[in-house]
Write a protein that binds this ligand. Structure first.
Ligand SMILES: [Zn+2]
Length: 312
């Protein structure tokens, strides 16, 4: 059974406490220095990872004999944000994923970041599970900065996800948890899936299988690798962004995550008052729709979808 440990705590001015806990599973005998960290809740309004952490903990409790190395589960990094349905760090309104690697001698969010890095430093692998925000739904995907492509893509391919998106590094990424950990030598994958403030059981089980497979392949579990799906790779094509041309109510015409043809209708923007269809959102390229708007109100320019199309 896992051991629950507190890895960071700090008193807050309002008399509350901010703390981060992990559940640690170690093998009955053998290697304990080899370590993987499963991380979620850096954003307090992203809950898909909570379910994945539960599923993994449930599996490990049922299969203690299969554990070959240390497995740490951190479901709630921004614990105060999770408690109060807040994406950022409450009272500071700071995105925790923009203050890494942090510092002991700075404001609270930076101290939290520093505590997170200290706790996980030395892990061989970290998996950082995010959901989308409340506006967009994402199929399970891993996003990798171009500079990390060689190291991380082979690992991401084991995770039973649908899409690996390698994108050009922009400066803002340097302040993320993943960048900080990758810099320290921990191979860190960022998973995005589902929609903010919600939980999707199907995606949760899909990623559990991916985690078990990755841990089997990388020597953390003594089980046979699972038969997982091979993700679509972004380097073989291009991503097209679909934006609303006018304000209104976006009504999707198709299911999420499906192949669509160039010129097909992704959805309509309608006016509830007059009953008119204001515009149709048309797929500019054919391919897989991997992002689709979940929150129906749109403004001019709002993102309503992303399509990945393979080059011919
Ligand atoms: Zn997030």
């Amino acid at each position: 059974m896992g051991v629950i440990e507190e890895v960071f705590s700090i008193d807050l001015p309002v008399g509350e406490q901010f703390r981060i806990q992990r559940c640690r599973y170690i093998p009955k005998k053998g290697e304990t220095l080899k370590r993987i960290s499963i991380v979620s809740g850096i954003h307090g309004d992203e809950l898909e990872g909570q379910y994945v952490c539960f599923l993994l903990g449930e599996w490990l409790r049922a299969n203690p004999d299969k554990i070959k190395a240390t497995i740490d589960i951190y479901p709630a990094i921004n614990s105060l944000g999770l408690d109060s349905i807040t994406r950022s760090v409450p009272f500071y309104e700071v995105d925790l994923n923009r203050v890494f690697p942090g510092s002991k001698n700075d404001f609270l969010p930076a101290q939290i970041a520093d505590g997170v890095v200290s706790a996980m430093k030395g892990s061989e692998i970290a998996i950082d599970i995010h959901s989308s925000n409340i506006f967009l739904r994402e199929i399970p995907q891993v996003r990798i900065a171009k500079s990390q492509e060689k190291t991380l893509v082979p690992l991401a391919n084991k995770l039973n996800i649908d899409f690996v998106w390698v994108h050009d590094a922009v400066t803002v990424l340097e302040s993320t948890f993943a960048h900080a950990m990758n810099t320290l030598g921990t191979k860190t994958l960022v998973v995005e899936m589902g929609v903010g403030m919600r939980l999707g059981k199907t995606y949760g089980h899909q990623l559990l299988d991916g985690l078990l497979n990755l841990m089997a392949c990388e020597g953390f579990l003594s089980i046979e690798p699972l038969d997982v799906r091979y993700p679509i790779q972004s380097h073989v094509g291009e991503v097209a962004y679909l934006n609303a041309s006018c304000p209104g109510l976006f009504v999707p015409s198709i299911e999420h995550c499906q192949m669509i043809e160039k010129g097909s209708v992704v959805g309509q923007i309608v006016d509830p008052l007059s009953g008119q269809v204001l515009d149709e959102v048309i797929a500019p390229i054919g391919g897989i729709l991997f992002t689709l708007r979940a929150y129906p109100i749109v403004y001019e320019g709002s993102l309503v979808g992303r399509i990945f199309g393979e080059n011919e």
